[in-house]
Design a protein around this ligand. Structure first.
Ligand code: FES
Length: 390
């Protein structure tokens, strides 16, 4: 210790824990820092010794070409399993009907296509994952390297060194020496994106596109179908509809299974329920009676029956049910974003974000005086969808 109180021992002396003679707490029995804690001073050595690396252990594949070959085959098999999974996904997409359900014992009643999609996608992903890990652990270079701490920003030299190391690693990954790995790994990774592509292209293009737009263009309404009340499904006579009244209406027969009459006691399946709800959601109509003289639009009057008019209940903005009818102004209001339609002007949009009028259902009466559809909707109901003319 010098006159101004600083420690004059060398770093080596401090590292060895030699006591400071003028420190009253030092007894001379302290343990060196490389053997344990130093009591009392709280000081650290200037530098810890590098403990070094454990001895390098060679893997089987490093010393035995047969083991390397075995590893190569195992990795190839894993990649091939991934390829099978991807192909299985694609085949499922084209072959398995989307509405088939299977009972998995002790589990649940599952949609077959969705179950197979998940299964094959898992096989595809796990095949690639396990293959890559096994390849890295058995065949890729296995050498320890040590790098001293250095400033965070690498020098240009170091960066170039990294590029060289990566290039050398790519070269020594044996991909050039082992063509089976190259082909299997490349194919597995190459076709892995196909399921996603299939969803995008298959879902929006080709037959599915026309099927989807066809479903959106048409409702359950057909010429001659009676208008029935929702939810009682009771046919409506023209004389039932008084001035200022409004009815929520569906087409007669909408509750029936399209392909098959339900038998007594038979319950709809989940899919049939869903189908029924979708049909109802598209075919819902509002029926009102106005003084014929209040109509500004000729079409609105001519497509009705003595002032009784029917309009789609599905808002042309985002598909909410247009639920509010204002008798005095003859306005229909959608509660979702306040689009307002003027019934006297063929349900023209007079306020709100909707861009087109509500489609009108042309109606008349049958011989018994019940209101019927004179034709299906002549345009799609609900919000606009892709490539639609109107
Ligand atoms: S859904 Fe009707 S206004 Fe938005």
């Amino acid at each position: 210790m010098n006159d101004n109180g600083s420690d004059t021992r060398s770093p080596a002396e401090r590292a060895q824990g030699s006591p400071r003679p003028d420190n009253p707490h030092v007894t001379g029995h302290e343990v060196s820092i490389d053997q344990g804690h130093v009591a009392g001073t709280g000081e650290l050595v200037a530098r810890f010794e590098n403990p070094g690396l454990p001895p390098h252990r060679l893997r089987h594949a490093d010393v035995d070409e047969k083991a390397a070959k075995r590893a190569e085959i195992q990795v190839t098999v894993l990649f091939v399993i991934s390829i099978v999974g991807t192909i299985g996904f694609l085949v499922t997409y084209f072959v398995v009907p989307m509405n088939t359900f299977v009972w998995i014992p002790f589990f649940a009643n599952l949609n077959l296509a969705h179950t197979l999609f998940g299964l094959f996608l898992a096989i595809s992903l796990l095949g690639i994952g396990f293959g890559a890990v096994h390849w890295a652990k058995t065949l890729m270079p296995d050498a320890e390297s040590v790098e001293e701490r250095h400033p965070v920003v690498s020098s240009q030299e170091d960066r170039q060194g990294l590029v060289d190391t990566l290039s050398a690693g790519a070269g020594s990954s044996q991909i050039t020496r082992r063509p089976a790995l190259k082909i299997a790994g490349g194919t597995a990774l190459g076709i892995f994106s196909l399921p996603l592509l299939m969803q995008v292209v298959g879902g929006l293009g080709g037959g599915n596109y026309h099927k989807a737009t066809d479903q959106l263009r048409h409702t359950f309404w057909q010429k001659g179908m009676r208008l029935v009340t929702d939810p009682e499904l009771r046919p409506i006579k023209a004389t039932d509809v008084t001035l200022g009244s409004v009815f929520h209406v569906l087409p007669e027969g909408i509750d029936k299974n399209i392909n098959q009459e339900p038998q007594p006691g038979q319950e709809f399946t989940h899919d049939e329920d869903l189908d029924l709800m979708q049909r109802k959601a598209k075919a819902a109509v509002l029926l009102m009676r106005l003084e014929p003289s209040t109509f500004v639009s000729d079409k609105a009057r001519d497509w009705g029956y003595y002032g009784i008019v029917a309009y789609s209940k599905i808002c042309t903005h985002a598909g909410c049910p247009v639920g509010l009818y204002e008798q005095q102004t003859h306005h229909l209001l959608c509660p979702c974003h306040q689009s307002t339609f003027d019934v006297t002007r063929d349900c023209l949009v007079i306020f709100g974000p909707a861009k087109r009028p509500l489609p009108q259902l042309k109606i008349t009466v049958d011989q018994e005086g019940y209101l019927i559809a004179d034709q299906p909707f002549d345009e799609p109901v609900g919000p606009s969808f892709w490539s639609r003319e109107r």
